[in-house]
Ligand binder design. Sequence first.
Ligand code: B16
Ligand code: MG
Length: 218
Amino acid sequence: MNQKAFIFDLDGVIVDTAKYHFLAWQKLAQQLGIDFTPEHNEELKGVSRVRSLEIILALGNIAASQEDKEIWLKQKNDEYLSYLVTMDESEVLPGVLPVLDYLKQHQQKIVLGSASKNARPILEKAKVIDYFDAVVDGNDVTNAKPDPEVFLQGAKKVHFPNEKCIVFEDSVAGIQAANSAGMTSVGIGEENILHEAHFVFSDFTFIDLNFIQNLINK
Ligand code: B16
Ligand code: MG
């Protein structure tokens, strides 16, 4: 039987939590007198929470103590979590469930590879956690994307060699991580931004199940 490991990023691939990250970061930025726009938010995609704060503080030219940073990180995460309270399966992005169903029906491995430390509760709220054979998230890794650690750990957890892994990612750093791990990369988003990916689709509704079957057969 042909079997592959399909590794999914979370934010921007399975659910669109970027909009909540933006609102929470924007609230903190306003409090600190920093102008934080949706364009700035693009730079935070796939980036860890700590690194995101550093990017925002650099925007406002703010030097902060470790203590202040800890307070702001907690404040941002509490605000972010408040948006997730009402989250349910309706937030799963269009086209994702048919692909997950197809993979399950064809006995493929399904893995999560996300920078988020909130990944598990989000998968539970979105009611997709049962699809996953393994979850690797921001609590497990020390090196953030573009370092391939998150995907390497994912492959290891399901005992698959890297060349038999396919990664779905919406961030440039994530595509670079997949490529440097020797995996097949599928970009979800704009072709001009994700041009380093082996394949790019605007979203999952553009992914034909024949394409998935070809990846399984490869
Ligand atoms: P948290 P992904 C990433 O998720 C987000 O894209 C990024 O904006 C966020 O800062 C990061 O998770 C950390 O999230 O604060 O929940 O730990 O795209 O890697 O699934
Ligand atoms: Mg993402």
